[in-house]
Ligand binder design. Structure first.
Ligand SMILES: [Fe+2]
Ligand SMILES: [Fe+2]
Length: 427
């Protein structure tokens, strides 16, 4: 995906972030910084500000910059632990999952080089929530690993990898990450999709983490079904820590958007089986007593029925486009044909998932869902809303997968699939 990730010379997007942090918190050289040819570029203790930018970007450095800086008043092991504890104790949405405070002791064992803390400090300064996402994914991952009765070695790997899982985003231009809902061109999406690969490299080469940690970071957006990225690996090819962090990432995202993330998670798993390994699901469902019929946040019926109608319309147009592509590709035995078969298989799976929920019966033949849903109880509306959101997410993921793969085949393939990519990208 990003074939030539090098830590030297310095990545420009990482350097931009460092310079920005230096404007508010102050960043200094933790040691003398030399060019590869031995010229001293920055003295130990000097501030790394905008004035240093050009000097650092044009030279190849003797050591990666990531290992030579310190953020003033940055985090340390104790502060990370305290922040994780606060998040653990205050998070009422995930209380059922966070039932065992022993996961916090694993956090204290994470080996943190100054370079690792420096990366986390730069990451924290990018987000108004600081390291909350990193810590939340770590706590969820550890809680799942504890439920699966993982041994000490796996617990440690999960802790280290989940804490650093998105650190590769520091190498990606900020604007691609700032608006999750913006439409991304294929080349933009490829950049974002490289963050697990970059993260693996940073964790192993800069933070000195073991190989297993790098592998888990590499795998944190893969899916057991093969529908994830960057490599589209399937269940048997994925490490257990990688699979744990992948599902923890999904739960963290649900908890950032919804009041009842665990119920949503149960629904997602029911709706699209095979995305996560059965042992993970078993560990998560045991004892959580996920109740779909408790108190719901009210979901407006007009909006839900309108969203459902447009979703059905979009599904119909994707079906037509797939058929049209099949006709024009004819007996083409090349990669284009294989890709089309893959899209068709996954899209059929998505449609089957939607049909299996029975939401179709609330819509009339002309696609009007308002009458059927008007009489529905709040619990049903909540479920329909969650279902259509998940189906939209699945279609968008398929759109991105197709976009990236088609571009890798040829510009002609990218063009041939562009309409289908757009139709699948339902917001
Ligand atoms: Fe993440
Ligand atoms: Fe990520």
């Amino acid at each position: 995906m990003e074939d030539d990730i090098v830590l030297n010379p310095v990545n420009p997007h990482y350097l931009d972030r460092v310079v920005r942090v230096s404007e508010t918190q102050g960043v200094e050289a933790s040691e003398d910084i030399y060019s590869a040819s031995g010229i001293k570029l920055v003295a130990k203790g000097a501030r790394i500000g905008a004035d240093m930018h050009d000097r650092l970007i044009v030279h190849k450095l003797k050591k990666p910059l990531e290992s030579c800086i310190r953020v003033q008043n940055g985090t340390d092991s104790q502060r990370l632990h305290d922040d994780a504890r606060a998040l653990f104790e205050e998070n009422s949405k995930l209380k059922a999952l966070f039932d065992h405070s022993s996961v916090l002791s694993v956090v204290q064992e994470i080996p943190l080089r100054p370079a690792t803390l420096g990366l986390l400090d730069v990451a924290a300064a990018q987000d108004r929530h600081g390291l909350k996402h990193y810590l939340l994914v770590m706590l969820i991952s550890l809680a799942i690993a504890r439920r699966m009765k993982c041994g000490a070695e796996i617990m440690r790997t999960v802790a280290m990898a989940s804490l650093l899982h998105d650190i590769g985003e520091l190498y990606i231009e900020r604007r691609y990450l700032e608006d999750e809902d913006s439409e991304l061109a294929e080349s933009d999406w490829r950049k974002i999709a490289a963050h697990p690969v970059i993260g693996q490299k940073l964790a192993c080469d800069v933070c000195g983490m073991p190989q297993a940690v790098g592998i888990a970071i590499l795998e944190h957006h893969e899916r057991a079904s093969g529908g994830g990225y960057p490599r589209g690996l399937t269940a048997g090819q994925l490490s257990l820590p990688g699979q744990i962090i992948s599902i923890a990432e999904m739960i963290a995202a649900l908890s950032e958007h919804y009041d009842r993330p665990l119920e949503r998670m149960a629904l997602v798993v029911k709706l699209v089986p095979g995305e996560y390994g059965p042992e993970l699901i078993a560990a998560l469902s045991a004892g959580l007593e996920l109740d779909m019929l408790g108190e719901e946040t009210p979901v407006p019926v007009e909006l839900t029925s309108m969203m459902l109608s447009t979703l059905f319309e979009r599904i119909e147009s994707v079906r037509h486009l797939i058929n049209a592509c099949q006709r024009t590709s004819g007996q083409d035995a090349g990669e284009t044909r294989a890709m089309l078969d893959r899209v068709k298989r996954r899209f059929t799976h998505i449609q089957q998932a939607l049909m299996s929920t029975g939401v179709g019966m609330y819509c009339s033949a002309d696609g009007d869902c308002s009458v059927g849903l008007n009489q529905a109880p709040a619990s049903l509306l909540y479920e329909v809303d969650a279902i259509q959101n998940e189906i939209r997410w699945q279609m968008r993921a398929l759109s991105r997968d197709l976009q990236v793969r088609a571009a890798l085949v040829s510009p002609a393939a990218a063009l041939a699939f562009s309409e289908l990519v757009e139709a699948l990208d339902v917001q």
